[in-house]
Design a protein around this ligand. Structure first.
Ligand code: PGA
Length: 261
């Protein structure tokens, strides 16, 4: 069975000291987790901090084996007059091997569209990073029975510019009504949405390619609901916001991933 990916989205939290303390706490429990696959998404200025700390412990060779990191957003051009954006190559230079694309908070507060999210995901791949393309419906969509329509449309933007999974994507299904609300999707709701996403991937890219894409669930994942979510057939990992800020709860979720069946 493939490893479950346990990814933390730190959002606009953590300063340098808190980041170093978190990494130290994770590294101290290396023996328990070096067979796992963990990642965190940090604010851009923390990427070199994470890299420097991790190199100190793991040595250059050991970097990014069981613990990876990346930016929460990147631009799709390599460089240029794009004030306030982050060059993908620069994120990569600081050891990033993953990048988030199209998180719902980017969509909600910063005008991210399906098309721009898809371009960021492709740019991540072009720069040697694995993109996690985020999708998910609003509460009104779910209540109105439009969840699958929303997901189909979000994914279509990706399929339009990427003709197979060689782009190394993961897809994070994060129902907007479950993010930061304490209201998690039930494991059945998560599985149902993931199965739908998998079927869309099969339609667009075929069975073999679709099977390569990891599907993560996000939205109020906590240590006490992680195992059940991660035991669902099409849940290959989780994207965790609030509960990823403390090393102890992040690692409790990682432990749940190791015990998931
Ligand atoms: P949450 O956030 O776990 O705090 O709900 C998830 C996310 O935004 O990725």
């Amino acid at each position: 069975m493939a490893k479950k990916l346990i990814a933390g989205n730190w959002k606009m939290f953590k300063n340098v000291g808190e980041t170093v303390a978190f990494l130290k706490a994770v590294h101290e429990r290396k023996a328990e987790f070096e067979a796992a696959e963990l990642a965190v998404f940090a604010q851009a200025p923390l990427l070199p901090v994470i890299q420097a700390e991790w190199v100190k412990w793991a040595g250059k060779e050991g970097v990014a084996t069981w613990f990876s990191w990346g930016p929460q957003n990147i631009y799709w051009e390599d460089k240029g007059a794009f004030t306030g954006e982050l060059a993908p190559g620069l994120a990569r230079e600081f050891g990033s091997t993953f990048a988030l694309a199209g998180h719902s908070e980017r969509r909600q507060f910063f005008g991210e569209t399906n098309e721009s999210a898809a371009r960021r995901a492709v740019a991540a791949h072009a720069n040697g990073m694995k993109a996690i393309f985020c999708v998910g419906e609003q509460l009104a969509d779910r209540d109105g029975g439009r969840t699958n329509d929303v997901l189909r449309e979000q994914l279509a933007a990706l399929f339009k510019i990427c003709d197979k999974a060689h782009c190394g994507f993961s897809i994070a299904y994060e129902p907007v009504w479950a993010i930061g609300t304490g209201r998690t999707a039930t494991s059945a709701q998560a599985q149902e949405a993931h199965a739908f996403i998998r079927a869309e991937l099969v339609k667009a890219w075929g069975d073999g390619e679709a099977a390569k894409v990891r599907l993560l669930y996000g939205g109020s994942v906590k240590p006490d609901n992680a195992k059940e979510l991660l035991s669902q057939k099409d849940v290959d990992g989780v994207l965790v916001g609030g509960a990823s800020l403390e090393a102890a709860s992040f690692l409790a979720i990682a432990a749940a991933g190791q015990n998931a069946t």
